[in-house]
Design a protein. Structure first.
Length: 158
């Protein structure tokens, strides 16, 4: 692993920490107490939504052919992607059930996928790069759709 891909160990460590705390039911009492309050859930949800929107910024730069800006943003996109489990943990320490389970699994699968990019796995084949990108973007779209559904449901029942 080269110096540019040092974000991968951070991302893997945060993923492992999240799943270990979930698996062994390790709870931080302050976080549990905060997550019981609707106001906290809304604000932490807004933070998570802002984080996801910012992660989409790279796609918009590429879509509008802003190659220089996209190249500069790519490093931050990867580092913030590695921090994804932390953003999720601030909002929820659990994976959830039903559609929330699907949302959570898709979110974390996309983090793993992001950490398995060509820079980290060192596969430079065109088929890998293209299929990786399509899968990463498709999972990101699914996350946004499920997130919007979650927001609608959350505000409908509050």
């Amino acid at each position: 692993m080269n110096q540019r891909s040092t974000y991968a160990p951070l991302g893997l460590s945060l993923l492992l920490a999240f799943f270990l705390q979930h698996l062994f039911q390790i709870k931080w009492p302050l976080m549990v107490a905060l997550q019981q309050h609707a106001t906290y859930k809304y604000w932490s949800g807004l933070l998570l939504m802002a984080y996801l929107a910012y992660q989409w910024y790279l796609s918009f730069l590429r879509m509008y052919d802003r190659k220089h800006a996209a190249k500069r943003h790519y490093k931050l996109h990867k580092w913030l992607g590695a921090c994804a489990p932390l953003f999720f943990y601030v909002h929820s320490t659990q994976l959830g059930y039903a559609y929330l389970g699907v949302l959570s699994v898709t979110y974390f699968a996309n983090v793993v996928l992001g950490l398995c990019n060509q820079e980290v796995v060192r596969i430079r084949e065109k088929w890998f790069t293209q299929s990786w990108m399509v899968t990463h973007v498709a999972a990101s779209v699914l996350i946004v759709v499920l997130m919007v559904y979650h927001i609608v449901i959350s505000f409908s029942y509050s």
